[in-house]
Design a binder for this molecule. Structure first.
Ligand SMILES: [Fe+2]
Length: 280
């Protein structure tokens, strides 16, 4: 007598083999990963050639990574996974989060309030200012803003040997009024890199690879959940087709021409308040 193994039998066997994983969270993640991978394979009738192409793609993605290039984060961004992770972890009442992106560098210099994080040649001088508050509206003393962005040529410092180390990056810490301000350049759209394996996804799908212009920020404070977010320019042409699905309506701001009472060394002023929720 012979028996036929079905797809369902195989999935059950693999799930069972991993069901004794001691760490409960790892057990949950492994089981869900197995279920969804198996369902994907059955649904698409994945061929051996396609499976091998997938293995080769992931191998090439890893081989593209080095200390300056993170192709796996780019892959996650381009498939919307990074944005989805942000969405399911959003804290109620806090500033909305969005993708970290592949260009964050820890260790940016601490700067004084109002200081310029870049150089005049990076673009149109812009003042970004506001307050960091808790969900009841009270200012947060000692909140840290870690901000970074690309230059007017569309490149971050780590992509561009002509920029000084840590150009357009800075860390600011609020006082008891929760206020912050810094000078930077008005951000421009830039294309995400397509010279690696992830570029093949753009070419195959016919999507453009431009990001809506933005400034990055990580907000943190003792006793609060950190938020990784962006400030988007309301006049940017790619707000509705951002290459990594990072735009949130609540993060879009007007870049207002500097008026009476504003500093005379900037052309634009942007008001952005941030809200942090207590750490769970
Ligand atoms: Fe960026």
């Amino acid at each position: 007598m012979t028996t036929t193994t079905t797809a369902g039998d195989l999935t059950s066997e693999v799930l069972s083999a991993h069901s004794t994983t001691p760490d409960p969270r790892l057990r949950e993640l492994l089981a869900a990963l197995i279920r969804h991978l198996h369902a994907f394979t059955v649904e698409t009738r994945l061929t051996s050639q396609e499976w091998l192409a997938g293995i080769e793609f992931l191998t090439a993605t890893g081989q593209k990574c080095d200390s300056q290039r993170q192709e796996f984060i780019l892959l996650s961004d381009v498939l919307g996974l990074s944005s989805l992770v942000d969405l399911v972890n959003a804290a109620a009442g806090a500033t909305e989060s969005t993708v970290l992106g592949p260009f964050y560098r820890p260790g940016a210099p601490r700067r004084k309030m109002g200081e310029h994080i870049g150089r005049p040649e990076d673009g149109t001088p812009t003042l970004i200012r506001g307050r960091v508050s808790d969900t009841s509206g009270s200012p947060i003393d000692g909140a840290t803003l870690d901000v970074w962005q690309g230059s007017g040529n569309g490149l971050y410092d780590i992509q561009d040997p002509a920029q000084p180390n840590f150009n357009l990056r800075g860390v600011f810490t609020t006082g008891s009024d929760g206020a912050y301000s810094f000078r930077t350049s008005r951000p421009v759209s830039y294309p995400v890199p397509i010279d690696g394996p992830v570029g093949n996804i753009f070419r195959a799908s016919g999507r453009h690879n431009w990001r809506a212009a933005h400034v990055h920020a990580i907000l943190s404070a003792p006793g609060y959940q950190p938020v990784t977010t962006h400030i988007f320019d309301s006049e940017n042409e790619h707000l509705t087709s951002d290459a990594v699905f990072g735009v949130r309506d609540s993060l879009i701001r007007q870049f207002n021409p500097a008026g009476p009472g504003d500093p005379s060394d900037v052309q634009y002023v942007v008001d952005v308040d941030f809200t942090l929720a207590p750490a769970g």
